[in-house]
Design a binder for this molecule. Structure first.
Ligand SMILES: Cc1ncc(C[n+]2csc(CCOP(=O)(O)OP(=O)(O)O)c2C)c(N)n1
Ligand SMILES: [Mg+2]
Length: 331
């Protein structure tokens, strides 16, 4: 059964939780906007896929997670990393290919991982995350930790066999897993209205015997509420959930994408739907948060991103000898 959640109540979140959510979304936005500018200078190696516009998804889901829980990300992974607590400066250094990066500069944007934070990794393999989450969710279940696993994946990845097999396995094994389909309308330049064989990705949940929910991805509170229900169900032994989050990405598929396949939708989304603007309007109108406190966060985040870029640029690159480290894992 697929439910639609477009608005949700925020009263369960206290002021600190609201400020934390705003800080996370603002950090992701500032990180991505800055990377967009810095990438254009030619100093950043490799491919970069930006998450701007989609902040409410990573933030609304990860707000429910703690040290027991793990997430698997995608090629568009910066937002998931930040929301799961990966160090922002180490991420920036990683993207610049520097030794001080999360993976010592050997991974870059598409391979940022921090297992100490339960962040299993961004992933260059479309549909690579869901099978990993079946593994971590099975481990959590067997060990009785109460932990959950969350797989973020795109509308393109929703058609991959790995994703569909993982949905089946998670249901058969009744795993504490949450599948978050981030439907931003495109897989590269291919519209999901053309490539996804259902009106909604969440409709597929019924075929796997699990609940499916559709959420307005520009609404932090809607994502937060849907994810809260799914996480609670998973922790209580109720099995997996498929959540479809619908929104628009603000930048191209990758930095450098000319975006000849779309026109006005980004400007409209930024003007009318933006998750940060809506969040700010809502919490200040209800009197839950003073606008000055949000302004202060904006300033702190801007300073953090400035420092992250400055330090990343100044950091050393890995040396030839570093080629021989981090090759094997000791268990
Ligand atoms: C297995 C695999 N097939 C194809 C690609 C090439 N590729 C990279 S991103 C992408 C589109 C993914 O679209 P979606 O899952 O909707 O994620 P989005 O980029 O929209 O966040 C494709 C086809 C890949 N990286 N891996
Ligand atoms: Mg997509």
């Amino acid at each position: 059964m697929t439910d639609t959640l477009s608005t949700a109540v925020s009263h369960e979140l206290d002021e600190n939780a609201l400020l934390e959510a705003y800080r996370t979304m603002r950090t992701i936005r500032a990180f991505e906007e800055r990377l967009h500018d810095e990438f254009a200078t030619g100093e950043i190696p490799g491919f970069v896929h930006l998450y701007a516009g989609e902040e409410a998804s990573a933030t609304g889901v990860c707000a429910h997670l703690d040290g027991r829980d793990s997430i698997a990300s995608t090629h568009r992974g910066h937002g998931h990393c930040i929301a799961k607590g990966v160090d922002v400066k180490a991420m920036m250094a990683e993207i610049y290919g520097k030794k001080t990066g999360s993976c010592h500069g050997k991974g870059g944007s598409m391979h940022i991982a921090d297992l100490s934070k339960g962040m299993l990794g961004a992933n260059g393999i479309v549909g690579g995350g869901p099978p990993l989450i079946c593994g971590t969710a099975l481990a959590a279940k067997q060990r009785g930790t109460g932990g959950v696993g969350v797989a973020f994946f795109g509308d393109g990845a929703s058609n991959q066999g790995t994703t569909l097999e993982s949905l089946n396995l998670a249901s058969v094994w009744n795993l504490p897993a949450i599948f978050v389909a981030e439907n931003n309308g495109y897989a590269e330049a291919t519209s999901s209205s053309w490539s996804v064989a259902a009106d909604n990705i969440a409709d597929r949940a019924a075929g796997f015997g699990m609940p499916g929910v559709i959420v307005d991805g520009f609404d932090f509170f809607a994502v937060h509420e849907a994810a809260g229900e799914a996480v609670q169900r998973a922790r209580e032994g109720g099995g997996p959930t498929l959540i479809e989050v619908k929104f628009t990405r603000y930048f191209g598929h990758f930095e450098g994408d000319q975006q000849t396949y779309r026109a006005k939708e980004v400007a409209e989304a930024r003007a009318k739907l933006d998750c940060l603007k809506r969040f700010r309007a809502r919490v200040t109108e209800t009197g839950q948060v003073d606008a000055a406190r949000l302004d202060a966060i904006d300033t702190q985040v801007a300073d953090l991103i400035d420092a992250a870029v400055e330090e990343a640029k100044a950091a050393p690159k890995p040396t030839a000898a570093d080629l021989e480290t981090d090759v094997y894992v000791s268990y």
